[in-house]
Design a protein around this ligand. Structure first.
Ligand code: ACO
Length: 379
């Protein structure tokens, strides 16, 4: 009996020049650049260029990309009207998924799979998805969506479109780094989903809609919102032990903990914890972050000996909360960052495509006699 690779664990499904992870050492590297260096020195736009071209941009190239992203931020009437219809009934992740499909439907170049066109599509999706989420949030709060501000970078403009005020320098930087940290992560459920759809030579929009649907689940990108709910339910340090004991007693998992690849703390969680410390200094919501630290310490003692450590979602929940972002936007924000990694993988996929078509071992019945419906039992 051949082995089944459940969850495709340990299986190499492709080669990539985009990202390398060492889960034992806790290393994350985008095209040769360590995530700690990128978080310290780079910007989200520069990382987008890096992922789409596997090298850092020159000054003119970065200015061109910034200009393109700014020029793509606006939403067509169709999308604006669509959001007006969707917001009362549809949650934000599905709204994003639907909006991406409609963006594909109204793009006459959607089926052009040349590398040059695909890079334009990648930039368009990166710019417009942020506007979609900000507009959705304004609408559901009874406010008019705001026009994007051309003088702000991608991260700052998103926070501006969401809140209506220009963010502080610290908030701009923290959110920019959060986007960098979420931009790419080698092979994972949502990236694989995009890759499978792309491998059929379906277009980039459909591939990204597939990825968004996959990211939504609580075992993947949905974990950051789930962490927020846990913190909100625990509320106080003294409730940590009974909450965790009851959760584990029911055989449930602690969200934001554990990772298929990392067997140490996820480096993105390390960076987010540092940023969280900075934001907490002036935040009225710092108790979420302080509680996260206490929960992390408790779990460290409780799960000692098991390879279960905080992942990227663990601290992103409290950091986003301290930035004043509603909790059901945490997973959409993950998508706003990961769009760069997804599209970069699709660029690789379309350039050297092979249809993804694995096998399944059949273990069902054999040699059955077909019985017409009239001769079957009434049940
Ligand atoms: N809480 C408690 N126990 C856990 C957790 C957790 N969060 N994660 C894994 N375990 C335990 C399992 O119960 C299992 O225990 P057992 O061997 O005694 O049965 C053991 O650790 C191994 O678990 P697996 O399910 O085999 O590990 P897998 O690699 O499939 O899990 C996953 C990875 C899905 C991320 C898991 O750790 C989890 O569910 N975490 C919580 C959800 C989460 O935070 N997801 C975000 C991941 S990061 C991202 O996608 C961006």
């Amino acid at each position: 009996m051949p082995d089944i690779a459940r969850g495709l664990e340990g299986i190499n499904v492709t080669a990539t020049k985009l990202c390398r992870i060492d889960g034992v050492k806790g290393e994350l590297v985008y095209s040769g650049y360590n995530i700690y260096d990128l978080a310290e020195h780079s910007t989200f736009e520069e990382v987008a260029f890096l992922l789409w071209n596997q090298r850092l941009p020159g000054k003119t190239e970065l200015a061109e990309l910034n200009g393109r992203l700014v020029s793509e931020r606006g939403l067509d009437d169709v999308i604006a009207r669509l959001l007006g219809e969707l917001w009362p009934h549809v949650r934000p992740m599905r709204t994003l998924e639907i909006a991406v499909e409609v963006l594909g439907a109204i793009d006459p170049q959607s089926s052009d799979l040349t590398q040059a066109q695909l890079k334009l599509t990648a930039a368009r999706l990166t710019a417009k998805m942020a506007t979609v989420i900000a507009a959705y949030d304004r609408l559901r709060n009874g406010k008019q969506p705001l026009s994007p501000r051309d003088d702000l970078g991608h991260a700052a403009n998103f926070l501006y479109m969401l809140t209506g005020t220009e963010p502080t320098d610290l908030a701009k930087r923290v959110f920019d780094v959060a986007l960098i940290l979420h931009a790419e992560h080698e092979m994972n459920a949502s990236t694989f989903s995009a890759m499978v759809t792309g491998s059929t030579l379906s277009d980039m929009y459909s591939a990204i809609a597939s990825a968004i649907g996959t990211l939504k689940g609580p075992l993947h990108g949905g974990a950051n919102e789930a962490v927020y709910k846990v913190l909100d339910a625990i509320k106080d340090e003294q409730n940590i032990a009974p909450y965790v004991e009851a959760l584990l007693g029911r055989g449930e998992r602690v969200m934001g903990i554990g990772h298929r690849i990392y067997k140490t703390t996820d480096p993105r969680a390390v960076i987010l914890e540092r940023l969280g410390n900075e934001v907490a200094e002036t935040s009225p919501d710092r108790w979420y972050f302080d509680l996260s630290l206490k929960l992390r310490d408790y779990l460290g003692r409780k799960l000692e000996g098991k390879p279960l450590y905080p992942n990227v979602d663990f601290f992103s929940a409290s950091v986003y909360r301290m930035l004043g972002i509603p909790s059901d936007l945490y997973t959409p924000i993950f998508a706003l960052a990961r769009i760069t990694g997804w599209t970069a993988h699709l660029l690789e996929q379309y350039a050297d495509n092979r249809l993804v078509r694995p096998n399944a071992l059949y273990e069902g019945a054999e040699n059955r006699q077909y019985t017409p419906i009239a001769q079957r039992s009434a049940v």
